[in-house]
Write a protein that binds this ligand. Structure first.
Ligand code: NAD
Length: 494
């Protein structure tokens, strides 16, 4: 039942429902079934790290320790690749139909344990339970289902050519969508007949290790998938391993460049899914209320920890005041707090380090002269939180318009003509995604041709589907995940 909050008269005058009423707590109660300690998953078994080292995974919502995680060193990464190499022959020799059965099983087992996985994901990473429950876990299962469907139809991936798997592939993923990024990487690699050594991000290893339990339950042959946990040093060992037939990396542009330097001079195949600074462009003929929802979803989904977040709002001058006023009213009713509460809109920032990065860039925005707006908002005392933030008066040269903040911070710029919108949108080293809000189909077609971005959404934002290839231009990387194109990145063509 809702209870009435005491509010100052000035705020009551606004008569915004969410400002006047508070929800009772609605915590998700499913048991995430966490273990106190997670070992490495190599050769189908959980094994102690040969390095003898471990690290803690904490809950960013309250800074409490969740579990102790094994830290893989060089000997562990070698063992993982050896297990993959041993499994590769029989796995790649299976018919696609047989491989597909394993993928279907993984997808169904994940669906069976969906609530448990959603709670574990939220506790480990800080994202609101409604997102892990309604987006991350179902989308991860959808990727396994989709690629299970491809496994016995590989002759149609490249019509007129034959496809073959590459071998053991090394994969490293980030912390913003831990289970989903894992599914994006594992499912196409396995459908094509490859084996995998994957490293999750150090702040969010738990759902990968829980998925290892599912792989065991699905009867996946030993060594087809191996998980090694640890931080950047372990990641460099996975990416640089001489037995890797291909490496696939998702993470920051900075680390992506370091990996490319590390592998320069080798003939290693690679795909890079890197950072972004997407423009979300609102024209004066756009359906304004829907656009405001799209802008909010574009930047505040997952606390803005989204590579394709619409972090630069480009708004047509005639409607700029109207859009900004509506945005301010809208973010005043966003609920920031306990990620396990079903009514929470913005959960915890993933780590203390990420919170420090956000604070540093927001301070730069203020000192460079942009105007900051944050709604009144009481943040929990423990844990890592940041309020939804808008900056107006932003120019192209501001750091907050150029650098990826990866937090709930929107930089607002304006434009007068279509050409100016295109020029401003493309004026970035990144090119992952963009959004266009307009009533005119012809304008959507023109913008989607001229915007240098891997994905252009029209009158929507942050829409994903396993059949739809995702990936970047310029410093946002190369290669695609999802669809036929994503499968081709794990195949040898003959
Ligand atoms: P990050 O680059 O710091 O880390 C990503 C992963 O790389 C982690 O697992 C980390 O341990 C590992 N790593 C760190 N140093 C390494 C090294 N030298 N060699 C190999 N691995 C190393 O990125 P992050 O902070 O975890 O994630 C946020 C970034 O990921 C953002 O820039 C975001 O835009 C990007 N991202 C991109 C996509 C995409 O599809 N393009 C999707 C999600 C996130």
């Amino acid at each position: 039942m809702a209870t009435r909050k005491k509010q100052p008269a000035a705020r009551r005058a606004g008569l915004i429902f969410g400002d006047l009423w508070e929800f009772d707590p609605a915590p998700e109660t499913a048991d995430p079934k966490l273990k106190a300690r997670y070992d490495l998953f190599i050769g189908g078994k959980f094994v102690r790290p040969r390095s003898g080292r471990t690290f803690d995974s904490i809950n960013p919502a309250n800074e409490r320790k969740l579990a102790e995680i094994a830290l893989a060193g060089a000997a562990d990464v070698n063992a993982a690749y050896a297990a993959g190499a041993k499994a590769f022959g029989p796995w790649s020799a299976l018919s696609g139909r047989e491989r597909g059965k394993y993928l279907f099983r993984i997808a169904r087992l994940l669906q069976d344990r969906a609530r448990e996985f959603a709670v574990a994901e939220t506790m480990d990473g800080g994202k609101p339970i409604k997102e892990s429950r309604d987006f991350d876990v179902p989308m991860a299962a959808a990727h396994f289902f989709y690629h299970a469907g491809w496994a016995d139809k590989l002759e149609y991936v490249a019509p007129g050519r034959s496809v073959a798997p590459l071998g053991v592939v090394g994969q490293v993923i980030p912390w913003n969508f831990p289970l989903l990024m894992l599914a994006w990487k594992l499912a196409p690699a396995l459908a094509m007949g490859n084996c995998v050594v994957l490293k999750p991000a150090e702040t969010t290893s738990i759902t990968a290790l829980k998925l290892a339990e599912i792989l065991q339950d699905a009867g996946l042959p030993d060594g087809v998938v191996n998980f090694v946990t640890g931080a950047g040093e372990t990641g460099a060992l996975v990416m640089g391993h001489p037995s890797a037939a291909k490496v696939a990396f998702t993470g920051s542009t900075e680390v992506g460049k370091a990996i490319m330097r590390q592998l320069a001079g080798t003939d290693r195949r690679m795909t890079m899914e890197l950072g972004g600074k997407a423009a979300n462009i609102v024209f004066d003929d756009a359906p304004i209320d829907q656009a405001v929802e799209g802008i909010v979803n574009g930047i505040f989904f997952n606390q803005g920890h989204v590579c394709c977040a619409g972090s630069r709002l480009l708004v047509h001058e005639p409607v700029a005041d109207q859009v900004i006023a509506k945005l301010k009213a809208r973010i005043r009713v966003l609920r920031v707090g306990d990620p396990l509460d079903k009514n929470t809109d913005l959960g915890a920032i993933n780590s203390a380090a990420q919170l420090a990065t956000i604070r540093r860039l927001v301070a730069a925005g203020v000192s460079e002269g942009a105007v900051k707006y944050q709604p009144p908002c009481i943040l929990p005392e423990k844990g890592f939180y940041f309020p939804p933030t808008l900056f107006t008066g932003v120019t192209q040269s501001h750091r907050i318009a150029r650098e990826e903040i990866f937090g709930p911070v929107l930089s607002i710029l304006t434009f007068r003509t279509v050409d100016e919108a295109v020029e401003k949108a493309n004026n970035t080293p990144y090119g992952l995604s963009a959004g266009v809000w307009t009533d005119k189909g012809s304008r959507i077609l023109r913008m989607s041709t001229e915007l240098k971005a891997g994905v252009v959404w029209a009158n929507t934002f942050n829409r994903f589907d396993p059949s739809s290839p995702f990936g970047g231009y310029k410093e946002s990387g190369f290669g695609r995940e999802g669809g036929r194109q994503g499968l081709l990145d794990y195949a040898k063509l003959t």
